[in-house]
Design a binder for this molecule. Structure first.
Ligand code: NDP
Length: 283
């Protein structure tokens, strides 16, 4: 960014990126803090990702968010990784400094902050956690729950090999792998359940699951935020579980990214949530 004096620019790179809520989110803060800048969605194919990032850096963008399917590629082409990027092997935030492209993972703390706000700092400590999924987001959730003191983390993923890779990556975490078909048994004695698959996301198959074996005191989180009330959350509420939707994580993971690019620490507020909810219902 040396010598750069114009509006500050950032982007979200995904394939596709067109349905992302992040432009509404960052756009809200840009306006609120009176910053001259813009944040745009860029739908970029995997084979074009490296070239796109290099071009944005040359054009003096401040950085970019990275979403499916580019988070591992973003790790590979960035340097100066933060601890969470190293632990997950995934980067969701690129920061273009003078001569280098820094790679951060803000999903881990994003989930942890949203979780603690919804359920309290101690909520992960009391009983085993169940995570559905073993993709990039599931890895971030597992790391967050481990740090928050989860005594055991049960992972159920359709592709068992991916759950095994995740267990190897998070070496010392207390991860138990559960067969996908056996997830109901994983619920026994659990204190929390997180859906970190893309099941239930608009356009994806539904998450067909019975919560019968989940203890009444367990809390339930879904990181899918479109729709905001997934079938899982609806079913959980009907049984009286405390729940958390995916917007909290989305808003929290954006805070350090916005601060790095636009040099203002933004606030997560009810007004921001209302704006995002409105954007979701507009579709
Ligand atoms: P990945 O593509 O890395 O992982 C997808 C996961 O979903 C895998 O575990 C995959 O299982 C599972 N899955 C997909 N289709 C099916 C199916 N038909 N049956 C069973 N399992 C299936 O994606 P991410 O981890 O990056 O994202 C997962 C979800 O989290 C998305 O919905 C995304 O929108 C959301 N997310 C939300 C965030 C937030 O801030 N709220 C942040 C990041 C992500 P398998 O390994 O077998 O393919």
């Amino acid at each position: 960014m040396s010598g750069h004096t114009g509006p500050r620019l950032a982007a979200i790179i995904g394939w596709p990126a067109s349905h992302s809520l992040s432009p509404v989110l960052h756009g809200y803060w840009l306006k609120k803090y009176g910053i001259s800048g813009a944040y745009v969605p860029l739908s970029v194919r995997p084979e074009d990702f490296g070239e796109c990032v290099a071009a944005l850096a040359r054009m003096e963008f401040a950085g970019a968010s990275v979403t499916v399917p580019h988070k591992e590629a973003a790790f590979a082409l960035s340097v100066g990784h933060d601890e969470d990027a190293i632990a997950t092997g995934a980067v969701n935030t690129l920061v273009f400094d003078d001569a280098k492209i820094r790679g951060l993972n803000t999903d881990v703390n994003g989930f942890a902050t949203a979780f603690a706000e919804s359920f309290g700092e101690e909520a992960a400590k009391s009983a085993p956690a169940v995570i559905l999924g073993a993709g990039g987001a599931a890895r971030a959730v597992a790391l967050a729950l481990w740090r928050m003191g989860a005594p055991e983390i049960r992972i159920a993923n359709r592709t068992r090999a991916r759950a095994q890779t995740m267990r190897s990556a998070l070496k010392d975490a207390p991860i138990e792998i559960v067969e996908w078909a056996d997830w109901a048994n994983a619920f026994e004695g659990a204190g929390l359940l997180v859906n970190a698959t893309s099941l239930g996301l608009a356009g994806q198959p539904a998450l067909e699951i019975s919560l019968e074996k989940l203890p009444q005191a367990a809390v339930v989180a879904d990181i899918v935020y479109n729709p905001l009330e997934t079938n899982l959350l609806r079913a959980a509420r009907a049984r009286g579980h405390k729940t958390m939707d995916g917007l909290g994580m989305l808003m929290q993971q954006a805070v350090p990214a916005f601060a790095a690019w636009f040099r203002v620490e933004p606030q997560v507020t009810a007004g921001l949530r209302a704006t995002l909810e409105k954007a979701l219902t507009r579709g």
